[in-house]
Design a protein around this ligand. Structure first.
Ligand SMILES: [Zn+2]
Length: 324
């Protein structure tokens, strides 16, 4: 009996369907080459076989996230095979025409891809610079009192140093952006998607745009008290009345992270210079830096970075602490 459903099935060739479990669904991003929106994932196609996926259909992002979270076995139809960047096997490219549906069961179990394995701090320290660290678990043993502002591709970015440890050792971790002020000394976190850097012959790790933190239970094999000393320099206290404040606000698109050059703060919407989306102003995250003039015994000028301005709402008429 040739029902229309059956006919449709016959049209799909065997090699156009692939089964597996979905892992490591990334955030949606804009490809640097063609400015197309996509996200990445890993498809486990067998007990030990993992294929990289590039999905050029952001509307499928939620379904992918769900499939990963629920460990659902899925069927992927109408995709393109691409030779993998590593030269071995293929990658799965999905587009608007690709169909992903949950199936009942598969003859193999959900298993994390090998690179997701959490690294120890010593394993991270043995890596080369500029390598991606999928995940590391560590207790925060020190957070710098101050943040630093550095210029990066024409705009000012704020950064803060901290140190984390596991039973094997400790490492410096440079926090950027949203992660500043979010970590507490003594707490243990799982840090995902970090990157290694080298400075002064020492390897450290830095957070990236895709970094995430997750609060974890304390690690076994660590003493309760934290035994860590880091000489950050002398803390200088300046007291005085603020006589002038100059505030610079920069805004960045939450979707594609592009800094916006001209921004009409009174308008309701703004079109992003890069992704060209017309979005409400709340979609643009603001970064504030303030320059203060203090009159005390002598006149002093101070640069106050974003997190400090936001934390104290600019009511800093009391004491300002800086490190020299
Ligand atoms: Zn944008």
């Amino acid at each position: 009996m040739a029902s229309p459903v059956k006919q449709a099935k016959i049209q799909v060739k065997d090699d156009e369907t692939i089964f597996g479990y979905i892992h490591h669904v990334s955030d949606c991003k804009v490809s640097s080459v063609k400015r197309i929106k996509l996200f990445n994932a890993v498809l486990q196609t067998n007990r030990e076989d993992f294929k990289n996926m590039a999905v050029f259909a952001p509307e499928m992002h939620t379904a992918f996230m769900q499939a990963e979270k629920n460990r659902s076995p899925v069927k992927v139809k109408n995709f393109t095979k691409r030779i993998s960047a590593q030269g071995e096997g293929f990658e799965v490219y999905c587009g608007k025409e690709t169909q992903v549906s949950v199936v009942e069961r598969l003859p193999f179990c959900f298993k994390e891809p090998p690179e997701k394995a959490v690294l120890s701090i010593n394993e991270v320290k043995a890596m080369a610079p500029k390598q991606q660290v999928r995940a590391v678990v560590g207790r925060v043993i020190h957070v710098s009192d101050v943040t630093e502002t550095v210029e990066c591709r024409g705009s000012c970015m704020e950064t803060q140093a901290c140190y984390i440890e596991d039973s094997g050792g400790n490492i410096k971790l440079q926090l950027w952006d949203k992660l500043i002020g979010r970590v507490v000394v003594g707490q243990t976190y799982k840090w995902s998607n970090l990157s290694t850097r080298m400075f002064g012959g020492k390897l450290y790790v830095t957070t990236t745009r895709h970094s995430e933190i997750e609060l974890m239970d304390p690690l076994p094999g660590l003493k309760k008290e934290i035994d860590f000393h880091n000489d950050e320099g002398e803390v200088k206290i300046i007291e005085g009345k603020i006589t002038s404040v100059e505030v610079v606000v920069s805004r960045r698109c939450c979707r594609c992270q592009a800094w916006q050059e001209e921004f009409e703060a009174k308008a309701k919407f703004h079109r992003c210079v890069r992704c060209k989306r017309l979005q409400v102003l709340q979609m643009y995250e603001s970064t504030v830096s303030a320059s203060l003039t203090l009159s005390g015994k002598s006149e002093e000028e101070l640069m106050v970075p974003n997190t400090v301005v936001k934390r104290y709402d600019l009511y800093m008429y009391v004491i300002v602490i800086i490190i020299v």
